[in-house]
Design a protein around this ligand. Structure first.
Ligand code: ZN
Length: 241
């Protein structure tokens, strides 16, 4: 039966190997490519959404502007009728006529300003619709590339599965030999550090680099028990294999 100290080291090595294999799988160029394409897809769809929202807002603006224009044109017609009547009325003063003409001019200015904003609005919508179409076409291509990358990633995953499964089984096999009490401590420390097990080298913990007390060093040298670093809490274990 192997000493607990050696077992825990082997267990840590096996876990590190499994982590490494999983990380390698996570970081293949094809997976990076797939992730990037997924980001691009999201950006494209957000772009389309934002244009669609803009179009909706401007369509509402167009609607209300058209109503305003209608009202202004009606006012203009009324003012024109009034002016016609005043011009035929001999009692109308020159001031009254000037005022009426001025009112008409003002209305006309408002009409022109509104027409310009309507045109701007319509042009914006036209451009946005072109952008939506263009982005959508790009999106179709991105989606295709994404699906292709995803298929490769799936193949990679299948190819590496046996090796990763084997590493996983090795972790489980070793875990079954480690005493439950030590395993519990190991897993607790693992939440803080990737390497919960450390050596004492030159009276220092190899995990945190801090010096350890002589009593700990002594226990470490003579005993096969698992000691904790007083500073970082890592398990201090001798290693003979
Ligand atoms: Zn330490």
């Amino acid at each position: 039966m192997m000493a607990q100290t050696d077992l825990i080291w082997q267990y840590q090595d096996a876990e590190a190997e499994l982590d490494k294999l999983r990380k390698e799988l996570e970081q293949t160029p094809e997976r990076q490519k797939m992730k990037k394409l997924r980001r691009v897809l999201t950006e494209q769809s957000e772009r389309i959404d934002s244009f669609k929202t803009g179009v909706k807002e401007r369509e509402a603006e167009l609607d209300s502007s058209l109503k305003k224009l209608e009202a202004l044109l009606k006012d203009y017609d009324l003012e024109q009728d009034d002016l016609g009547i005043m011009m035929e009325d001999e009692e109308s003063t020159a001031e009254e006529l000037t005022e009426s003409r001025k009112a008409m001019e003002e209305l006309l200015e408002k009409v022109n300003a509104l027409k310009k904003s309507l045109t701007d609005c319509e042009n914006w919508i036209k451009r946005a619709e072109e952008s939506i179409k263009e982005t959508y076409q790009k999106g179709v291509k991105t989606k295709r590339d994404y699906e292709a990358a995803k298929a490769v990633v799936e193949t990679e995953k299948q190819e590496r599965k046996p090796v990763i499964d084997r590493a996983q089984r090795e972790v489980e096999r070793l875990e079954s030999f480690v005493s439950p009490e030590i395993l519990k401590r190991y897993k607790l420390i693992k939440k803080k550090f990737p390497n919960p097990v450390a050596l004492i080298e030159n009276n220092r913990c190899s995990g945190c680099g801090m010096s350890v007390s002589m009593s700990v060093v002594k226990k470490y040298q003579t005993d096969d028990s698992v000691i904790e670093c007083e500073n970082c809490g890592r398990l201090l274990c001798k290693r003979s294999v």
